[in-house]
Design a protein around this ligand. Structure first.
Ligand SMILES: C[S@@+](CC[C@H](N)C(=O)[O-])C[C@H]1O[C@@H](n2cnc3c(N)ncnc32)[C@H](O)[C@@H]1O
Length: 222
């Protein structure tokens, strides 16, 4: 059965276990300074937003999925962050931030150029003068992606509520649309219960991203 990766409360519970060794989090944490205002778009379960707030930054996290936000609000330090349920394409908080972040390849959940441009307009609307926007998008020219049809792998993880779980990914990359369709599967070993969620992400070429940034009034620093 296909369930939604972010909106299903049980699947949201697996997100943190499945998402470890986050170099993007380390990078953003290295930018934080006490008093700095930070907008975390697509903040998911809020691990990074709370980490930034604990360093003294004033953080707002925006996320559409209630299930992800519930975990964010409930985590240790969750009260330090202002959480907003919203869509990064049209949220307008009527204020500016020193730093806007969009981590964990969230840029790639926007599947059309029109949506990417709406997202970038929203970012431009929230950036203070000389503010910075940090995001990541995976490289469509990465050789291992070419011809990739299915990547089936099983790994064991420890989950704080469910004990040992097994996780696997399957994916299918379409070189014409540059959309990767993938499934994440989870099995709770103690009960045998399985949950599978599918999603799609778009791989955008660097020069297209550069063009869109410029069209949105943003200037690429790095
Ligand atoms: C791969 S997760 C990344 C979460 C978090 N930023 C991280 O780095 O772990 C993608 C997130 O983008 C969120 N998302 C999906 N559509 C969105 C939208 N239109 N606006 C904002 N966030 C969105 C999802 O609900 C999910 O939490």
């Amino acid at each position: 059965m296909e369930e939604d990766l972010y909106t299903d409360p049980l699947l949201a519970q697996f997100y943190d276990s499945a998402s470890q060794n986050r170099v993007d989090f380390e990078y953003c944490l290295g930018m934080a300074m006490p008093g700095m205002s930070i907008l975390d778009l697509g903040c998911g379960t809020g691990e990074l937003a709370v980490g930034l707030a604990k360093l003294g930054a004033e953080v707002t996290g925006v996320e559409p999925a209630e299930a992800m936000l519930d975990i964010a609000r409930g985590r240790d330090g969750g009260g330090l962050v202002t959480w907003v349920q919203g869509d990064a394409r049209n949220v307008r908080l009527e204020r500016k931030f020193d730093l806007v972040i969009l981590t964990g390849h969230s840029f790639q959940v926007f599947l059309t150029a029109a949506d990417q441009l709406k997202l970038l307009a929203s970012i431009a609307a929230h950036l203070a003068l000389n503010g910075r926007f940090i995001f990541d998008s995976r490289n469509p020219d990465f050789e291992a992606l070419k011809g990739r049809k299915v990547d089936d792998n099983i790994r064991s993880l420890e989950h704080e509520l469910h004990g040992q779980i097994e996780m696997w990914n399957r994916s299918d990359y379409d070189e014409d649309s540059r959309i990767l369709t993938y499934e994440n599967g989870f099995r709770i070993v103690a009960t045998g219960e399985e949950h599978v969620a599918g999603a799609e992400i778009l791989y955008t070429k660097q020069r297209d991203i550069a063009d869109m940034l410029a069209a949105s009034g943003l200037c690429a620093d790095e």
